[in-house]
Design a protein around this ligand. Structure first.
Ligand code: ADP
Ligand code: ADP
Length: 216
């Protein structure tokens, strides 16, 4: 599903964030991306989400060579990638419903389909009934679950998360991980960057560890 082949990423300041990185993730696999701060985890996820492009080497996702993907196709490609961030990036002046609906509105879905899909996504994260709430009225864990509902509302085959439990206590962190497992169990390829080693050591998934932009 995801294949990196000798991937280099050099930012404009010449800093090399990834140096000849090669690895594969199978379709339907769940894996963790670990490593110290600055090791290149966010950069790696950004290359998969096409927020950044590689400087050298090939990135393949879902049989598409991202290196060759023309710019105009990027927005369509991104619909197939669900993204979850540490600070969940919710719009605070919009309701939970509107936040989750956003990717569908951008994709031009019709009104009825949007209502159905938003409720299905909120149901999956255990937040049905909170549609009309503003994010500020929710707890940190609930806000993160809204972020996850928004990430999966398009039913993407790939779900990426960058330090999704960074601001949560251990119990809430475990709940968030269980949600990712549930999406993985219905076939979604899940890749989670984290440095919460205690949390992931108890879970039976592969760890891909970066050290200064290379596999450790
Ligand atoms: P991690 O997610 O593991 O903390 P990052 O991918 O964020 O690592 O960063 C890897 C390296 O690339 C770091 O040294 C960081 O300072 C650098 N870096 C990240 N983003 C940029 C950027 N936009 N411009 C320049 N350097 C960057
Ligand atoms: P529909 O009613 O159109 O089939 P749903 O949103 O109710 O759509 O999802 C149907 C099933 O697909 C659910 O069991 C759901 O868990 C699963 N599923 C498959 N891929 C995804 C994904 N990327 N995100 C969320 N759910 C998914």
């Amino acid at each position: 599903m995801i294949r990196f082949s000798e991937v280099y990423k050099r930012y404009t300041n010449q800093h090399e964030a990834l140096s000849g990185l090669s690895f594969e993730l199978d379709k339907g696999e769940m894996a963790f991306l670990t490593g110290h701060s600055g090791a290149g985890k966010s950069t790696l996820l950004k290359l998969i989400a096409l927020i950044e492009r590689s400087s050298h080497g090939q990135v393949w996702v879902n049989n598409q060579n991202l290196t060759r993907l023309p710019k105009w196709k990027v927005p369509y490609y991104r619909r197939k990638i669900g993204l979850v961030f540490q600070d969940h990036n919710l719009l605070h002046d919009r309701t939970v419903f509107d936040n989750v609906a956003l990717p569908l509105i951008i994709a031009g879905e019709n009104h009825r389909e949007i209502g159905r899909r938003v409720r299905a996504a909120l149901d999956k994260v255990g937040l049905l009934g909170k549609e009309r709430s503003l994010p500020i009225a929710l707890s940190g864990g609930e806000q993160q679950r809204v972020g996850i509902a928004r990430a999966v509302v398009n039913r993407p085959p790939v779900l990426l998360a960058d330090e999704p439990t960074g601001n949560l206590d251990p119990e809430l962190s475990r709940e968030i991980m269980r949600l990712f497992e549930q999406f993985n169990q219905v076939g979604v390829t899940v890749f989670v960057a984290t440095h919460d080693q205690d949390l992931i050591n108890r879970m039976p998934y592969r760890q891909i560890t970066l050290q200064q932009g290379r596999l450790a």
